[in-house]
Design a protein around this ligand. Structure first.
Ligand code: AHR
Length: 669
């Protein structure tokens, strides 16, 4: 109750505050300030500045963005992932109606050699009619990723590969049940082949449930092999088969990212050579993909693979930025981060030609004609048109060892020779400075790598005090992709510090070509990295203040940067601002950040801009520095939109701890 009263009072105070700002804007500059302000200069900034970095960490892919509802669908879980896991994890053997038989996990003649395990049901006896559900049989129950969320009236597409191991067809009942065993929807079919064959069924539940289970029951006797048991909501993002969870994909799309980097992160270079992410294992029919341990301690089905990443990028108008390993594994392989990250392993030289070919094949797969070997595979997957791949990342914050250097150089030279049209993104270690950073930059400068990927996770104060970092970077040389950054927290203060820093990225948008916050997604109870952009569970999502800052910048990006439009007190390091123009819309966009505890005035001079419409769209994110969002209170800190009157010259009183975006339209077409 107390907290409700407190929230009400703070809402009223915020409203009063906003009313005050609206009035404050009409104050004018004095003459000297106005002259200083029109001395502007313009520079081009990267059209790809703000994007997303997706890594399968925190259950972001399986159990997250990838809409598959069955966990361990191919019976490939194993103890290398979590000591207690095995091919039967997340399945339960059930024998309703006093039925009996046996189950086993087999590997002889699987659906595909890369998907070696499957389950055999030996149905010896179907018993009496079961209590409650009325169905007796031998079978399996899958609990999904901590329960399956279903909605009444929605369609769920079930599929399974089955092989009859005895003479007669076997009838299977497929149902979604609540935790008490009540059937919420059911379908059945009989097998018809002694070879592996895919069977499908549609399930439409009569009731919604947030912890349903999938039950497969053989109701006639015999012996049957089962594999790749899958259940997808029909309503995936853009209704894509094998698609993405619509609500999660939508909040990513809402950011309107210029690019998406994937699949990692550490996931890309892997925990040892055998764990490197090999893109070819992740395309083609899902039953042929090679599943493997996820470096973050769980399982990756590769169901969300390269085809799905590229398709998603296309669906939301983002450029794909795949990151391929630089033929070395993560330096923390085997958990050696505890003893100084000494675990990097390098691919033997006699495997390098094949590996380089693998990198080149990706470019052919993405861009090549359908008459090429790999272009034909893209077509077979359903996408004859090229994906227009422009960027390829090589390496992820690798330790810059002689082994790394040699291999990076070989891959880089091969890509440049065969595909000069591709922009290669190199890597310069995990920190904003230090040994790997220096050595990585030296390689980039020597080889004239077009872009390198910098990473830093640090405090809000660091972001505030390093806003001039890129001001002195050489122009017309290697550009920067700030591929991972975050300020250690999801409170408003973290988001605003990041916002201040992002104005400096815009100011340096001629040298900083791309930037992406990290990590992107985190599942409730499965979060391995503390600070993330979007939190979700099976049925809900909450967006952090950091998300709103990213979105406010990305949907309001420009291609031209104007100096000296917003005058702030240079001595006040808690203030930051930028002015950009979007040449497509001719909109002028002002971003103003106040990281301080008091409202502060900024002076704006738009005299150089013509044909402005005086009513701008104002978006303000502000509140208590410690405020954050949560599953219980997802809208505690959200941006507020209103209209704001602008003139050629005016003052803006930026609220304490705030980011404001003013989007000014013009009558220019
Ligand atoms: O974003 C989480 C991890 O941080 C990434 O996998 C890695 O590149 C960095 O160390």
């Amino acid at each position: 109750m107390k907290s409700k009263v407190f929230r009400f009072i703070s809402l009223v105070l915020t409203l009063l505050f906003n009313i005050y700002f609206l009035q404050a804007q009409t104050r004018k500059f004095d003459a000297a300030e106005a002259t200083a302000a029109v001395n502007t200069s313009v520079k081009k900034i990267s059209p790809d500045l703000f994007g997303l970095f997706f890594e399968d960490i925190n259950y972001s892919a399986d159990g997250g963005l990838y809409a598959e509802l069955v966990q361990n669908r191919s019976f490939e879980y194993n103890p290398t992932e979590q000591r207690e896991w095995n091919p039967f994890s997340f399945w339960e053997y059930i024998t309703p109606g006093f039925s009996y038989g046996r189950i086993s996990i087999e590997t002889m003649a699987p659906v595909h050699p890369d998907n070696p395990h499957y389950l055999v049901l030996d149905i010896e006896h179907i018993g009496h009619e079961a209590n409650f559900t009325g169905v007796s049989g031998i079978g399996l129950r899958n609990t999904g990723f901590d329960g399956i969320v279903i909605k009444a009236g929605d369609t769920y597409n079930f599929s399974v590969f089955a092989k009859q191991l005895t003479g007669e067809p076997i009838t299977l009942s497929i149902s979604l049940q609540n935790r008490k065993g009540k059937i919420l929807t059911e379908s059945s079919f009989s097998t018809s082949s002694k070879d592996w064959k895919k069977y499908t069924a549609s399930l439409i539940p009569t009731e919604s449930n947030d912890s349903a289970t999938l039950v497969i029951l053989a109701t006639t006797e015999g012996k049957l092999a089962l594999d790749v048991v899958s259940l997808f909501p029909e309503k995936t993002f853009k209704n894509r088969p094998n698609g993405m969870r619509a609500d999660l994909a939508q909040v990513l799309a809402d950011i309107k990212p210029a690019f998406i980097r994937f699949p990692g992160g550490c996931l890309a270079h892997g925990d040892g050579l055998g764990n490197m992410y090999r893109w070819k294992n992740t395309i083609g029919p899902i039953e042929e993909r090679k599943e493997q341990r996820n470096i973050w301690g769980y399982h990756q089905t590769a169901g969300l693979g390269y085809y799905e990443y590229f398709q998603f990028c296309e669906d939301i108008g983002a450029k794909p930025l795949p990151v391929l390993p630089a033929a070395v594994s993560c330096q923390n392989t085997g958990g050696t981060w505890q003893i100084g990250g000494i675990g990097q392993k390098a691919l033997p030289m006699d495997q390098m030609q094949d590996y380089i070919q693998e990198v080149l094949d990706l470019i052919e797969w993405a861009n090549g004609p359908v008459t090429s070997t790999w272009g034909a595979k893209r077509k077979a997957a359903g996408h004859p048109a090229p994906f227009n791949l422009q960027y390829v990342g090589i390496g992820n914050e690798d330790k810059i060892t002689p082994e790394f250097k040699e291999r990076f150089e070989m891959i880089f030279n091969a890509v440049k020779a065969k595909h000069p049209e591709i922009t290669v993104v190199g890597t310069v270690g995990p920190s904003p400075d230090g040994d790997d950073f220096t050595k990585g930059w030296k390689i980039a400068n020597d080889l004239k790598v077009q872009v390198v990927d910098e990473h830093y996770y640090t405090s809000p104060d660091w972001f505030i005090s390093h806003q001039s970092r890129y001001d002195t970077y050489p122009r017309n040389a290697t550009q920067v992709y700030l591929g991972e950054y975050a300020s250690w927290g999801n409170k408003l203060r973290n988001a605003i510090a990041e916002g201040a820093y992002m104005t400096s990225l815009e100011r340096n948008g001629d040298v900083v070509r791309m930037a992406s916050y990290a990590p992107l997604l985190a599942k409730r109870n499965f979060t391995q990295w503390k600070t993330d952009l979007i939190f979700f569970d099976n049925g809900s999502i909450y967006l952090t203040p950091n998300y709103y800052v990213q979105k406010m910048f990305s949907v309001n990006h420009g291609d031209l940067y104007f100096e000296n439009i917003i005058l702030i007190n240079e001595k006040d390091s808690l203030l930051a601002a930028s002015c950009v123009k979007d040449s497509k819309s001719n909109d002028i966009i002002l971003k103003m950040v106040n990281f301080g505890k008091e409202p502060k005035t900024m002076k704006i001079n738009l005299a150089g801009f013509k044909n402005m419409i005086p009513l701008a769209e104002q978006t303000v994110l502000t509140g208590n520095a410690d405020a954050e969002n949560s599953f219980d209170n997802p809208k505690n800190v959200i941006p507020v939109k209103s209209e704001f009157k602008v003139s050629e010259k005016f003052e803006y009183l930026a609220p304490a701890m705030s980011l404001t975006v003013l989007r000014i339209k013009t009558t220019l077409k």
